[in-house]
Design a binder for this molecule. Sequence first.
Ligand SMILES: C[S@@+](CC[C@H](N)C(=O)[O-])C[C@H]1O[C@@H](n2cnc3c(N)ncnc32)[C@H](O)[C@@H]1O
Length: 373
Amino acid sequence: MVYHLTHDMLARQNGEDSARARFVLALKRQVAGPLRSGNGLAYRTEGVPAFAAAQGAAPANRAEALEAFSMSRFWRYWSAINRSSQELMWTAVAEPIYRDQVRLEAEAQRRMVAPTRKGGLHLDPDFEPDPAYTGVGIHLQPHSYVPEDPQGRDVLAGAYYEMGGRLYSMGQGIGARESKAGSVLDFLAEDRPGWMPKRVLDMGCSAGGASVVYAEEFPEAEVHAIDLGSSMLRYAFARAECLGHPVHFHQMDATRTSFPDGRFDLVVSHNLLHEISSDGRRAVARESRRLLAPGGIVVHQDIDLLFAHKTPWQQAERAWDRYHNHELFWLDYAECDFGKELAEAGFIPERVRTAKVRRSAGPGKWQIFVADD
Ligand SMILES: C[S@@+](CC[C@H](N)C(=O)[O-])C[C@H]1O[C@@H](n2cnc3c(N)ncnc32)[C@H](O)[C@@H]1O
């Protein structure tokens, strides 16, 4: 499964759109690579001396390191360019999405009623999404994950998530494949060679990028995926249908699903943990335990962000997304011990593992939290 695959739910880009996207990508690569590598030096040579002159001592914790950073001109430039690159990214993908919006909605409607459809879409008209996901979007995504949807046709959240996400992740050097699910599958292939789950649940699926990878890898399995917003799920369903992989999408909260106990052999999430409150994260751990079938396995994958072994200045640098990219729960995740929370949720502590795994495409690692029976 290649990451830059094409399908009918992608907004069509003209030459100008592609040029804009290439510019944003080049800018993001500079910001995340060569420019970012100057932050450490700027902290030591500008931030720390300025902080020490003002406070009489060097910064000793993350809050003080953040203050020291704010006294560095280099950091302020980097921060401003980083923020601009994120805003430019969304503007760049907005153009083709709005131009193609009517076609995208029609394509989704057509897929929803097609007699040949393989998966399912189960929306809940009474579902009340957590207000944290409405209003200003997480990582500044326009219209948020849960946009207003008076006509009941909207697919904008998914369109933005997929098109923005492609640019975003390649800007971070993640590469050309759905590396999150790919890394979990690589882990499972080593941990449980030849194992085939019968039912899979993908929590917080967004546009279903990972969900379809499981449907493709385990063609005999029933794959279910859940998220909060109908706009996201309509898109995810239509996208999976375009790709020809059967996935059953449900509008459900991962902290309290309506699936029966022991329903799934494989429960996964991808980049959900850093976008959910601490109470929500602990509830996801309990729900994973409740939903797991005997002999099954839970794998929650997320970014390599945990603060436990980072110095105050490294923590302050990584905290940027909390303050400038509307990542509301970034620090809750960075400071959590999700392995411990899985054990508190009822998994046997000896059966809980945490590890960093290689991204199946591109440089860098993902964090995974694993628990089994
Ligand atoms: C960063 S995105 C996940 C990306 C996706 N799993 C992927 O592989 O591309 C986080 C998603 O989690 C969803 N989410 C947040 N809290 C949730 C909850 N309590 N239940 C279900 N989904 C949730 C958000 O709506 C959002 O779509």
